[in-house]
Each structure stands twice: as structure tokens, then as C-alpha cells.
Design a protein around this ligand. Sequence first.
Ligand code: MG
Length: 382
Amino acid sequence: MWNHEDLEAREAEQLHRLGLRARDSRGRRVPESADPLRTCFQRDRDRILHSSSFRRLQHKTQVFPAATGDHYRTRLTHTLEVSQMARSACLALGLNSDLAETVALAHDLGHPPFGHVGERALHRRMREHGGFRHNAQGLRIVDCLEASYAGRTGLNLCWETRVSLLKSKIPPDFPIANDLPRTTTPYLEGQVVDLCDRIAYVSHDMDDAIRSGLVAWEAFADLELPARSLATILRRYPQLADGGSPDSSRLLRVQTVSAMISILVQDIVHATDERMERARDLRSPEAVREQRAQIAAHSRECRLELTRLVDVLRERFWQHPDVLYATGEATERMSRLFEHILQDPDLLPGRFRQRIDGDGLERTVCDYVSGMTDRYVDQQTK
Ligand code: MG
């Protein structure tokens, strides 16, 4: 039998010197005794997995509003894809795959309904009150909004998990806990999650774009990454080329996306491994955080190809009139619901109402509305 001390010892022995070891954690805001079987990062992972914010991801938009079709990605399936890629990449690099999984499962917890259109609307509404960013909101959720435990709010996660949720810019007056820096270079595990987040949305959005019929395969055919992935699959399964069976175009699309994910994850592993090799003067995970530049990266060629692919997705899919109309209309309803609750705070559930004195009315309404699912906003406004 392995107890948590055995697991910690195994980490200490096997991880790369730049991988974060659970036994080096700074611990939790409210100290707790160790779990008998799990390391502290495994315990954080399970707390996230069992939280209600995590379950709500299944009814939140990735690109299409979450109620649109059974096979399009939602925030939940996106999150699981990121988590699996980040685990694989971190295992290969000798980094802490438990921490990577934990950070990946939490990375989109703060996303409001209706994706980035919903996020921008909330930021505009909250501009005078600290603004809104989904990553910073994720931290508020795990620190103070998730209510799953008697006697405390929040999930009381380890400092390293919490700081790993702080990627990119946070509005200057957005309220986050004061034991965290407002800007930081992530640990290597967080850097890998960030890259996998991009791989996941680029590849599954390409898949969803073609599946939906809004964008034809031809829009991607001249780009190196999709073209190379398609060629790999046709070499392996030449029978898919003739389009003879009713299922061949679907299989071809699915397999091409899968090949593209493999190429991109392997690229991260090779490029990052080389850069970790070169960073001989860095002796610890903390030294990684003190660097301005990130170590985890794609190769130059893949980075350029990914940028081209993102440009096509933005122009043809994310900004497609049908997508913008669906999310724009829904976001307007969300905004009206925000104002309605602001006028009548008694509509807030009791546990939110009691936060008004400390957080202010606007922030409390924002916390409540941003936590809603697409489905819940639809039910309240249609
Ligand atoms: Mg994401």
C-alpha cells in the first residue's frame, strides 16, 4: 500500500528538479492535517472535481451556447481535454502531473455564461467596480465562493495551486486574496497547462467549426498544421481518401484533429525539454517563477503555424455572424438579468446576500451571475 508519504518520496525521487514537489508546498490558508492517501495536490484536484462550480462547466459555452447540440464542446469537455494533454506532457517532462491536472481542471472555473462574449459584457458592466476576468474569478471561486464544506467558504487549496490560476492580466482593482502576487510567471506545470489550453481550443474548435458546417475544410487546407495532420492520417488509412463510405469524411475530420493534437503535444514536450536542458542555472521551481520569460514553449515553427490557425478560426468561426448572434443575444439577456437583480437584491440566494456588506452589491451580483450556467440564464430570461 502507498500512503501519502510514499507518494511524496516517489515524487522527490522521480521528478525533474524544476518540477514542483507536493512536500515543498507552502500549504493552505487554513492549516489542515495531511490526507492519509493523497498528496496535497491530489487532494486539491479532488476538491475541484467535486465542486459545484466544476459541474456547472457542463452547461457553459465554449463557442456555441451550451444547449446547441449534443456533440459540440462545452467548458467541461474542453477542461477534460486540457487536463489529459497537460498530464501527458508533464509526465513526459518529469514535471508534477498531479499539479498539472489540478490546475487544468480549475483553469476555466471562473468562466461566465456565454463564453468570451459574456466575459466582455461583465467586464464592461463592472469597469467602475474592479472589472471582470475569468481567471481571476476562478481564484475567487476556489478562495471564497465555493460553498461545499461546513464551517468555511472556499476550497482551501494549496498556495501553489492558487497562484497557478493567475495567468495573464488581472484588472488592477479586481479583488483577489492578498497573499498572492498580482502578476507572476507560473510554475512549469502551469505553463504547460496554458499551452495545452491553446492546443485544446484550437483543435476542437477547428473540429466544431467544420462539423457545424459554418466553415468548410478548405478554409484550413492550406495551413501547414491541418495539412500535415491530414497527410499523416491518409498515409495510415488510405481507404479514407475516396470518401466512399458515408462515414469517411467524419472519420477523416476526427482523425485529422487527433493527429494535430499529437503533433502539438509532442512539440511542446520536445521544445520544452530542450529549454529545460539549457536552463542549467535554474535549480528549483521557485527559480522558474522568478524568470520573466516562460520556459515551456512550442518550437518556433509550430508557434507560427498555430498563430495562422488561430487567425483563420477567429475570422471564420469565432466571429461568424451565426456564432456572434447566438452568444450576443444570450449575453444581452444575461446583462438584463444582472440589472434586474441589482435593483432587487432579495433575488440573491442568502449566502450571496450576506456577502454584500463586505464585497459591495455590484461585485456580489457579478459573482452570482458569472457563476450561472447558460441553461440557468435561459430559464430565468426566456
Ligand atoms: Mg480554457
